[in-house]
Design a binder for this molecule. Structure first.
Ligand SMILES: *[C@@H]1O[C@H](CO)[C@@H](O)[C@H](O)[C@H]1NC(C)=O
Ligand SMILES: *[C@@H]1O[C@H](CO)[C@@H](O)[C@H](O)[C@H]1NC(C)=O
Ligand SMILES: *[C@@H]1O[C@H](CO)[C@@H](O)[C@H](O)[C@H]1NC(C)=O
Ligand SMILES: *[C@@H]1O[C@H](CO)[C@@H](O)[C@H](O)[C@H]1NC(C)=O
Ligand SMILES: *[C@@H]1O[C@H](CO)[C@@H](O)[C@H](O)[C@H]1NC(C)=O
Ligand SMILES: *[C@@H]1O[C@H](CO)[C@@H](O)[C@H](O)[C@H]1NC(C)=O
Ligand SMILES: *[C@@H]1O[C@H](CO)[C@@H](O)[C@H](O)[C@H]1NC(C)=O
Ligand SMILES: *[C@@H]1O[C@H](CO)[C@@H](O)[C@H](O)[C@H]1NC(C)=O
Ligand SMILES: *[C@@H]1O[C@H](CO)[C@@H](O)[C@H](O)[C@H]1NC(C)=O
Length: 515
């Protein structure tokens, strides 16, 4: 008695078709390559979180994947998140010069700020170019005694220059407008004593005289006229007190664009109008306020030209006006307003005009030394003037596809390939069997059956006894008289299944035929 195992194996025989082997090998190679490639594209990459300061470039770096069907690559496209800049936050542009505070955000389409609609708590930002900026006003706040002793050592008077601007970004949702405030104080409260009698380099994050010449001159003009104007205030106060007169304690000048739209030459004195208040400390809690109406008709004395002509007290009008114009131009340059005119810093004629008194001004300063340029434009070589469009400098969280490690990738692709190739092989076998083998009557015989027909025939009878038993049972059933009129042999043949018929076929097989 042969041992009968729980497991069994199939008896195989070679495929009878001549084309079968080459087709299999070629198909195997082609499909291995194809499956490896598809598996590589769809599973070879994992998304990792990265920080990027240029999301457009990061997203474009995955552009090769755009050519493949999205169902394969949608999970491995690089994406970046928009950044929310809350109202009140500070930022700088990619010119890396001045720092701004975001003060208002609104969407004009949603009713505008006036209607109270469309006011947003933050600016949704995605590397949009800052557009359509206008500097609405410049304010210069003067203060003397109320500053820290540290600041006082640099300069008895201080000035804080605030620039108010409105800008716009245009994204897929349309236009979003926002207000910005820029605050410039050459000697800020945080200044260190260590830079006394040196160029301080405050407020501007970087400078480069060849690459960003316009901003280099903007910083020079702002610090120079800051130092010059505050020294003038110091001299005026000294003159007052030496004459036994009360001095000014604080003051503010508010520069706004002339309503007359025809004034486009920034060198003209009526480019800005000025409103102001100066507080004269008379002691014992008593004070006077100097305002345009102090000299005559209010409207006449908001004109810078009139104030200069009259030499109105305190006579800082010329230098404070230039300081305001320098701030105006620097902010527009830093915000990348390429086409903004007029702008001192992008026009060499204007820049010549406004820096022509640099060496003179340099000698009328206190201990805060301005810079980086201290000579008129043209005396030292700087790069070309001009600006480039600006974007807000911030970090974006991006998901970037990263290739899996080689070992990881090999195992992943190998397993996926094996599964797919196995499935394909199975389907192929089914197809070949259905299309080619079914038609050949002898193809389901084992090799041995073909070689030793007599021996195997006996075997058939043994392995399929139930066929005969069925025959017998049917015969017995019909013989028992229920349907005695029928021909029993024929009906029993009909009830056999196809496979049973096949098993019985060998009796009629053409044994001489070989493949
Ligand atoms: C700032 O970014 C804009 C937009 O990407 C670019 O055109 C410009 O050259 C950049 N400016 C600087 C100074 O890097
Ligand atoms: C933005 O600033 C401009 C000028 O300073 C002002 O008229 C406007 O009301 C401000 N916008 C909002 C929403 O406050
Ligand atoms: C970056 O892409 C966004 C969205 O596509 C677009 O609005 C923005 O202008 C682009 N920024 C730059 C600097 O090209
Ligand atoms: C803003 O800029 C766009 C193009 O950059 C221009 O078409 C549009 O007229 C500008 N809007 C204003 C209010 O200046
Ligand atoms: C556009 O607005 C929708 C809904 O307010 C917001 O989810 C989406 O982030 C906005 N898109 C941009 C680019 O700001
Ligand atoms: C200024 O910019 C140029 C060009 O980017 C660079 O080669 C140079 O080192 C920069 N200079 C300074 C002082 O950073
Ligand atoms: C100094 O003050 C006196 C009296 O107010 C004035 O007449 C004179 O012009 C002042 N001088 C300067 C340089 O301001
Ligand atoms: C601006 O005005 C000054 C003096 O009034 C003149 O010399 C200069 O050519 C003018 N500039 C422009 C651009 O009109
Ligand atoms: C330069 O100084 C001269 C003489 O002090 C003065 O007349 C002129 O207005 C000054 N120019 C500027 C731009 O400050």
């Amino acid at each position: 008695m042969a041992h009968s195992s729980m497991f069994s194996y199939n008896i195989t025989r070679p495929y009878p078709m001549r084309w079968f082997t080459p087709l299999c090998i070629i198909g195997f190679i082609i499909f291995t390559v194809l499956f490896s490639f598809l598996n590589f594209v769809s599973t070879g990459y994992t998304l990792v979180v990265q920080e990027s300061s240029n999301p457009n470039a990061t997203v474009d770096s995955g552009v090769w994947m755009h050519h493949w069907p999205s169902f394969l690559t949608s999970k491995v496209q690089p994406t970046c998140q928009t950044v929310n800049l809350p109202v009140g936050s500070k930022f700088f542009t990619n010119q890396t010069a001045l720092t701004y505070t975001l003060t208002d955000v609104w969407q004009p389409q949603a009713g505008g700020a006036g209607a109270g609609y469309g006011i947003a708590p933050s600016l949704s930002y995605y590397n949009n170019v800052i557009e359509n900026c206008s500097v609405n006003s410049i304010e210069i706040d003067f203060a003397a005694m109320d500053r820290s002793a540290n600041q006082f050592a640099y300069s008895e008077w201080g000035a804080v220059v605030r620039s108010y601007a409105t800008c716009e970004i245009i994204d897929t949702n349309g236009s979003t407008k926002f207000n910005l405030t820029q605050e410039y104080d050459y000697v800020p409260p945080t200044v260190s004593f260590s830079t006394l009698y040196e160029f301080l380099g405050t407020n501007f994050l970087t400078r480069n005289k060849t690459d960003k010449a316009s901003l280099y001159w903007g910083e020079s003009m702002m610090s120079m006229y800051w130092a010059y104007t505050t020294r003038q205030m110091q001299d005026i106060r000294a003159n007052q007190t030496s004459n036994g007169l009360p001095g000014i304690r604080r003051g503010t000048c508010y520069y706004y664009l002339n309503d007359d739209q025809t004034v486009t030459n920034i060198t003209q004195l009526n480019f800005f109008e000025v409103d102001f208040r100066f507080i004269v400390d008379k002691g014992q809690g008593d004070f006077d306020v100097i305002y345009p109406g102090s000299y005559g008709r209010y409207q006449d004395y908001t004109s810078v030209a009139n104030l200069i002509k009259q030499g109105s007290y305190p006579n800082i009008w010329m230098s404070a006006d230039i300081l305001a114009k320098a701030a105006y131009s620097t902010v527009l340059t830093d915000l990348g307003q390429v086409s903004a005119t007029p702008n001192i810093l992008t026009d060499s004629e204007y820049l010549h005009h406004f820096t022509s008194n640099f060496s003179e001004a340099r000698h009328s300063i206190a201990n805060a030394y301005p810079g980086p340029a201290t000579q008129a434009y043209g005396t030292e070589g700087t790069g070309p003037l001009g600006t480039t469009p600006s974007v807000i400098s911030t970090k974006y969280l991006c998901q970037v596809p990263q290739r899996k490690s080689a070992g990881n990738l090999f195992v992943a692709i190998l397993i996926a390939d094996l599964v797919l190739l196995q499935a394909l092989w199975y389907l192929f076998q089914l197809g070949v069997e259905a299309l080619f083998l079914r038609r050949r009557p002898s193809s389901n015989n084992c090799v041995g059956c073909a070689v030793q027909p007599a021996a195997m025939m006996g075997g058939y009878r043994e392995v399929a006894p139930e066929v005969r038993r069925d025959d017998k049972a049917l015969e017995e059933l019909e013989m028992s008289g229920l349907r005695s009129s029928r021909r029993p042999r024929e009906s029993s043949t009909h009830t056999r299944s196809i496979s049973q018929q096949r098993l019985i076929r060998p009796e009629s097989m053409d044994l001489g035929h070989r493949f």
